[in-house]
Design a protein around this ligand. Structure first.
Ligand code: AP5
Length: 190
């Protein structure tokens, strides 16, 4: 059986990893399995081995050409994974020199996703989640900048759909409503 390739995106701190974890627990009870992959971890492993960075939050400040090479290496490795694969990544990455496409043509050509999910919520909620997360070096930005990033992600997702023929699904992960988001995520993964 040919597996499904699903890409999960959302601005940092929106809670995409949390929603995916809950959705996969629900699906496991029904005997549906996905291998969950973090694209940033694949990039980071290569960058660390090369001695380019020693913190995953430094990657988005690297030169564009270096980030592109890391993306390409990650996509090639991920493309080899058989079965249902869920890829936790970014529709776009905010770099000091502007937005970088998270899924440029050379990444999409390797992965050819069936579906891209955009996890979203209100900008203020994302801001609060970032401020209360001490484990990461989150970008310091206000809710207006977060709103712009979420809008940009919708726009670029339309281009990804044009390139691959995949569908695009928006899921809201609102405060206190994680279970609803996980149910919606599980429904599109079935
Ligand atoms: P990555 O590690 O994926 O960065 P990230 O976006 O910061 O991902 P996180 O998993 O930390 O955040 P999340 O949104 O999943 O939130 P979480 O579930 O933790 O990537 C690292 C780096 O890799 C990137 O910066 C980039 O440089 C690079 N990279 C990755 N992909 C790339 C690509 N394609 N191209 C180029 N570079 C790429 O939740 C956050 C918090 O919210 C938690 O405290 C959680 O408890 C809380 N929360 C979640 N849901 C709720 C809710 N419903 N209500 C209340 N609180 C909630």
């Amino acid at each position: 059986m040919v597996g499904k390739k699903v890409i999960i995106t959302g601005v940092p701190g929106v809670g995409k990893t949390t929603v995916v974890t809950e959705a996969l627990k629900k699906l496991k009870q029904e005997g549906i399995e996905y291998q969950s992959i973090n694209f940033g971890t694949f990039m980071f492993d290569v960058a660390k081995a090369d001695g380019t960075v020693n913190d995953r939050d430094q990657m988005r400040t690297l030169d564009r050409t270096v980030q592109k090479r890391l993306q390409q290496r990650a996509a090639q490795e991920i493309a080899k994974i058989p079965g249902n694969v869920l890829i936790d990544t970014h529709a776009s990455v905010k770099t000091p020199k502007g937005y970088l496409a998270g899924l440029p043509e050379w990444v999409l050509r390797e992965i050819m996703p069936d579906l891209i999910v955009l996890v979203e919520t209100e900008d203020d909620q994302i801001l609060m989640r970032r401020l209360s997360d001490d484990t990461r070096s989150r970008d310091k930005e206000g809710s207006k900048a977060i709103a712009e990033h979420q809008q940009f992600n919708r726009a670029i997702a339309a281009a990804y759909s044009m390139l691959t023929g995949c569908t695009i699904k928006m899921i809201t992960n609102a405060d206190f409503l994680l279970d609803r988001a996980a149910d919606e995520m599980a429904a599109v993964l079935r």
